[in-house]
Design a binder for this molecule. Sequence first.
Ligand SMILES: *[C@@H]1O[C@H](CO)[C@@H](O)[C@H](O)[C@H]1NC(C)=O
Ligand SMILES: *[C@@H]1O[C@H](CO)[C@@H](O)[C@H](O)[C@H]1NC(C)=O
Ligand SMILES: *[C@@H]1O[C@H](CO)[C@@H](O)[C@H](O)[C@H]1NC(C)=O
Ligand SMILES: *[C@@H]1O[C@H](CO)[C@@H](O)[C@H](O)[C@H]1NC(C)=O
Ligand SMILES: *[C@@H]1O[C@H](CO)[C@@H](O)[C@H](O)[C@H]1NC(C)=O
Ligand SMILES: *[C@@H]1O[C@H](CO)[C@@H](O)[C@H](O)[C@H]1NC(C)=O
Length: 678
Amino acid sequence: MHIILGLTMSSTRTLLFFFLLMKVSCDYGFIFNGFNGVKNLSLDGASSITPTGLLQLTGATSNTMGHAFHRTPLRLPPPSKPFSFSTTFAFAIVSRNSDISGHGIAFVMSPTGNLSTAISSQFLGLFNRENNGNSSNHIIAVEIDTIMNSEFHDIDYNHVGVDVNGLVSVDSHTAGYYDGGGSSGDGSFKNMTLASGQAMQMWVEFSSEDSKVNVTLAPIGTPKPSRPLLSTAVNFSREIFEKMHVGFSSATGPWLTSHYILGWSLTMDGQAEPLDYAKLPQLPRFGTKRDLRALVTWLPLVSCALLLLAVAAIALIERRRVKFAEILEDWELEYGPHRFAYKELFRATKGFKDKMLLGRGGFGRVYRGVLPSSNAEVAVKRVSHESRQGMKEFVAEIVSIGRLRHRNIVQLLGYCRRKGELLLVYDFMPNGSLDKFLHGHPPKASLDWAQRFRIIKGVASGLLYLHQDWEKIVIHRDIKASNVLLDHEMNGRLGDFGLARLYDHGNDPQTTHIVGTMGYIAPELAKTGRSTTATDVFAFGEFLLEVVCGRRPVVQEPNGHQLLLVDWVLEKWSGGSLLAARDPRLRDDGGEERSAAEMEMVLKLGLLCSHPVPETRPSMRRVMQLLDGDDDGVVLRDLSPVNMGYSILSFLQSEGFDEYVVSFPSPVASLSSLSGGR
Ligand SMILES: *[C@@H]1O[C@H](CO)[C@@H](O)[C@H](O)[C@H]1NC(C)=O
Ligand SMILES: *[C@@H]1O[C@H](CO)[C@@H](O)[C@H](O)[C@H]1NC(C)=O
Ligand SMILES: *[C@@H]1O[C@H](CO)[C@@H](O)[C@H](O)[C@H]1NC(C)=O
Ligand SMILES: *[C@@H]1O[C@H](CO)[C@@H](O)[C@H](O)[C@H]1NC(C)=O
Ligand SMILES: *[C@@H]1O[C@H](CO)[C@@H](O)[C@H](O)[C@H]1NC(C)=O
Ligand SMILES: *[C@@H]1O[C@H](CO)[C@@H](O)[C@H](O)[C@H]1NC(C)=O
C-alpha cells in the first residue's frame, strides 16, 4: 500500500488524507509463541514470566490478582468506520493442591492499562465493589470462570462468559465446543473442564459490522471449531474508545491456582496468526496423587532388598497411617475436590494445639489454621459424630452448599472424615462471632446501630439465599447470634448451616430430639420436631430482637423466673414505648430520627417473625423487602401491642405445650450445651 500510494498520489492533501487513514487502521498485530524475553508486555500484581517462557498471571499466593497488558494499545477507528480484530491464545488453569481451583482468567479490553484498583477473587482483577457494572468503565472482557458465583448469576463453576463493564455476564455458556473444526465432526457439544490443568485454546473475534463478539474454545491442537461457543451482541460504538489496552487479568481466591497463558496472537482487520504449538512452553508438572500411589506400590519391592529398613519404614508408615487415618467411602469419591487430607489440617492447626483454639461449642471445637499449601487462613471445626446415620445426606448437602458462594455465608471450603469425627474447613472470619459483641464478658467493642443494621440485612440476605434463591431449599436450623460471624469488613455471615441436621435423629426413639437452641425454637418445631423455613424465620425473628435489645432470647428475671424476650419486648410496647426495649448501649444513636425508626421497624419485624402461628410469619423475601424499606407500610404499621398481644407462654399452654414449658430447665441445659455456638 505504501508503494502504490507513493506512485499514484501527487497531491499532498490526498496523500496526507491517506496517511491519516493508514494510521487509524494500520496493520497492528503480534504473535507470541511463549513469552521468553518478551518486553512488550506490561505486567503487574502477581504476574510474571517464568524461566520456561510461560506467562503466569497468578500462582504463588492465594487471594491475589495479576494483569498483563500489551504495551501498545489498539487504536480503533471512530465509531462510523468499520473495524474488526481477531485474537487467539493458549491458556491453562492448574490447581496446585486440591482439585478446586479459582477464580479464573479474563481476556480484557480496557481504556486503561492500570487495573490496580480492582480486587481479587470473584472480581477477577477486573472490577471492585464500587465500579462493578458501571457503564463508564468501558471494559469488555471474556471471562474463563471456574467458580459459580451467585452474586453475579453465574450459570455454573466451569463457564465462559462475555462481560461488559461488570461481572454479570451478558452471555455465558458451559465450557466446551461444538465438534466440527476443519471438515470433520458432527456438530455435537463436547464439555471441557477448564481447571483440568490441560492447555486449551481460545479465539475471540470482534467485528463492528455485525456488532458481535465471537468466542470459541477447544483443547489445544484441535482445529478451530467452526461454530463459536458464544456469539454475543455488543454495542461497540458505545463501549469502545479509540484507544484500548488489550491483555489478560486473573485472580485467585483461597485456593492456590496457577493461571497461565502459553501463547498469544492478535491481528487487526484479519485472522489472528495461528499459534505454533511446537514452540509453546511446557506446563510445569506438579506432584499428583497418582505419583504417590505409584510410590506406594514400589515401596514393597524396595523393601525386599532392604528388609530391615523396610520393616522400620513400614512401622513408621503404620504409625503415621493410624495418626492420620481417615474414613473414605465409595459414595464420597465424587466429592473428591472437597475432601481435605487430615494430615493437611493437622499441620494447618499445628496439631490441633490449644493455642490455635478459637472456641468451643455444642457441635465441637473450632481451631484456627493456616493451610500449608496456600497460606490461606481457615477455621477448622471438629465435630464428634459416632453414628453414620444421616452422614451421607449431610455430606452431600455441605458439598453442594460449598460449591456456592454468597457474601453473607461463611464459605465452606471442604471437609474431612475420620473415625468418630467430622472436620469442616471454613474461611477464617477475623472478627469472630456477633455473640461476643452482644453478650461477651467483657463485651468486645460495642456495635453502633448502623453496624447492627448492616449485619441484620446481611444475615437476612444470606438466609433468603438459602431458602429461596438456590436450586434447593436449605434450612439452616440453628440461627442465632453465636452462629453469625463477622468478616474483616464487619459484614454478618451465617455459619454452621445444616449442622443441626446431623443430630436430628436422637438416640432415644421415644422422643423426638429437637435440635436448636432454647429460645430460638419455634413452638411447632417443639411439637412436631420438623424443621421448615418457617422455623428458621422464627429463629431469625428472635435474632432480630436479640440484636436490637442486646439480650438473649430467654431472659433471666431477678426473681429467678425465665421470661421470653418476645414477651419482654411486648411488655415494653404495651407499656407505651417499644423503643424502651432497645439495648441501652444504643441510646446515644437513638437520638437520630432515622435510626430510631429503623430500630422500631426491626423490633416489629422481629415480633412478626417470631409469631407462634407459622402462617403469620413472613417469608424471607418479604423480610428482605421490609428491611430494604420498600414496604407499602401496611404490614408493620398495622401491628400494635394489642393485636400482637399474645403471650407465647399462654399460647403454648393453650396449645397443650405444658410439658414443653414445664420441662424448661432440663432441655435448656441439654440443648444449649449441644449448640452453644463456637
Ligand atoms: C514490540 O514493540 C515494538 C514497538 O512497538 C515493535 O517494533 C516490536 O515488533 C514489538 N515486538 C513484538 C514481539 O511484538
Ligand atoms: C495505577 O493507578 C494507581 C492509582 O489509581 C497508582 O497508584 C499507580 O501508580 C498506577 N500504576 C501505574 C503503573 O501507573
Ligand atoms: C459510575 O462511575 C462514574 C465515574 O467514576 C461516577 O461518577 C458514577 O457515579 C458511577 N455511577 C454509579 C451508578 O455508581
Ligand atoms: C456437560 O456439562 C453439563 C453441564 O454441567 C452436564 O449437564 C452434562 O451432563 C455434561 N455432559 C457430559 C457428556 O459430561
Ligand atoms: C460470529 O459467529 C456467527 C455465527 O457463527 C457468524 O455468523 C459470524 O460471521 C461470526 N463473526 C465473526 C466476526 O467471526
Ligand atoms: C449503540 O450505542 C450508541 C451510543 O450510545 C447509540 O446511539 C446506538 O443507538 C446504540 N445501538 C444499538 C443497536 O443499541
